[in-house]
Design a protein around this ligand. Structure first.
Ligand SMILES: Cc1cc2nc3c(=O)[nH]c(=O)nc-3n(C[C@H](O)[C@H](O)[C@H](O)COP(=O)(O)OP(=O)(O)OC[C@H]3O[C@@H](n4cnc5c(N)ncnc54)[C@H](O)[C@@H]3O)c2cc1C
Length: 381
């Protein structure tokens, strides 16, 4: 059971179901029209999601009377679950500080925060988080892009792949290596429109087209010294601030996206008569219980993160488990659908397809299991 406040967050978001699903379907047909999301009634809030009052003139106003500027990971997780229930395209395509915002919060100095968050305070904007690379994927320890120190700044060279909103982001962060070795990776703030030598190509996608993933090529791109994030931190803290804190904060939320997508799938199948309600009554109740319990597990980890506990290992496993639960509920549903239901119902087919993307976003379960195994071995050595 959700607390009254978390229930109110869910209610605020699912209240946009009708307009949100219409918008989601528009993005399916014309994913280049990402700017249609500016019409979404929660766009101002998502554009400043979790920002402090100083940068956030449009907080979340809940029907229990609470007004939220900043968000705990627990609150964010519930919001993401509800947004995916409305349409998974929305979290990717709406204007928002997104993953880059976490990096700026963890590592940005006052000027960098003003440069980044000030933009979101003043107007609807899109951001990107450029880490994954061709041939390297999201294996951050093996990043190949380089940032070479020159007079007044750095020259960035390399390629980034699968970068959400990469082709149209107004501002973002890019990971590049300033030194060889395990702690030689740094993060730079960049505004793509202002840079010479940056080539951006949108990639075709099958699922969640709203993610607008792109291929970025950096060819001697100059960024000034002020672009380096976390210059005041030790190199070890820089990488953990940028990557680990971001992933730990977002993994429960990606788990939430998965569960919200399947909650919508099950409810839609039931409402449309795609599954025989009387015959499968018990299974439907069980599916809802499984999804609710998986969400409760995510929220438990999120709360522990919010309390300052180290949860990297548990959070990866919780995300992997949420995806596994969501996929198994989805598979069980498919076996219970009326003949032809998947082929004749576009929303059903779309949600089934979109679900697959969450296995890859924020790391596959194989990687989470391997990481957990390695950490377990180290802890018990
Ligand atoms: C919708 C979407 C949006 C995204 N947005 C962004 C973004 O904004 N910015 C960004 O930087 N990235 C983004 N990504 C990329 C994403 O983070 C990576 O795709 C994801 O983490 C997986 O990395 P990969 O594709 O390189 O696969 P890999 O990590 O290479 O994995 C491929 C397969 O190999 C397996 N595998 C890999 N290594 C091992 C191993 N050592 N042992 C056993 N099996 C292994 C994996 O389990 C998997 O099955 C996005 C991806 C998606 C799907």
């Amino acid at each position: 059971m959700l607390s009254p406040q978390l229930e109110a967050i869910r209610h605020l978001v699912t209240g946009t179901c009708s307009e949100g699903r219409t918008l989601g379907m528009q993005l399916e047909q014309h994913s280049l029209h990402y700017q249609a999301t500016t019409e979404f009634s929660l766009a101002p809030q998502i554009n400043r999601l979790g920002l402090t009052e100083q940068f956030n003139p449009s907080p979340l106003v809940l029907d229990n009377g609470d007004v939220l500027h900043t968000l705990s990971v627990e609150q964010r997780c519930v919001l993401y679950e509800a947004l995916a229930y409305v349409d998974p395209n929305l979290i990717f395509s709406c204007p928002t500080p997104g993953m880059a915002g976490f990096v700026l919060q963890a590592m940005g100095n006052d000027e960098q925060q003003e440069r980044f968050f000030g933009r979101f305070r003043d107007r609807l904007s899109w951001s990107c988080y450029a880490m994954s690379e061709p041939g390297v994927g999201s294996d951050a320890g093996n990043i190949a892009s380089t940032a070479t120190k020159v007079d007044g700044g750095y020259l960035i060279n390399g390629e980034k792949y699968f970068i959400g909103n990469g082709a149209h982001a107004d501002i973002g962060v890019v990971f590049a290596r300033t030194n060889p070795g395990p702690i030689g990776t740094d993060v730079f703030l960049f505004e793509p429109d202002r840079l010479e030598g940056l080539h951006r190509t949108r990639l075709n996608t099958y699922g969640v087209p709203g993610s607008a993933i792109a291929h970025l090529k950096f060819d001697n791109v100059f960024v000034d010294d002020d672009a380096l994030l976390g210059a005041h931190l030790k190199p070890t803290q820089r990488f953990s601030g940028a990557a680990i804190t971001t992933f730990d904060s977002l993994r429960p939320c990606v788990g939430g996206l998965t569960l919200g997508t399947v909650r919508a799938l099950v409810e839609h199948a039931e409402q449309q008569g795609a599954i025989a309600r009387t015959y499968h009554h018990k299974w439907l109740q069980q599916a809802q219980r499984e999804l609710a319990s998986s969400l409760a597990q995510l929220l438990d980890i999120a709360r522990r993160f919010d309390q300052g506990q180290k949860v990297s290992q548990a959070v990866g496993l919780a995300k992997a488990k949420a995806v596994q639960t969501a996929e198994s509920v989805c598979d069980a549903l498919l076996h219970r659908l009326e003949p032809g239901a998947l082929a004749s119902d576009p929303l059903l087919a779309k949600l089934y397809r979109d679900l697959k993307s969450f296995e890859y976003a924020e790391g596959t379960r194989q990687i989470h299991f391997l990481n957990a195994h390695k950490q377990f071995q180290e802890a018990t050595r």
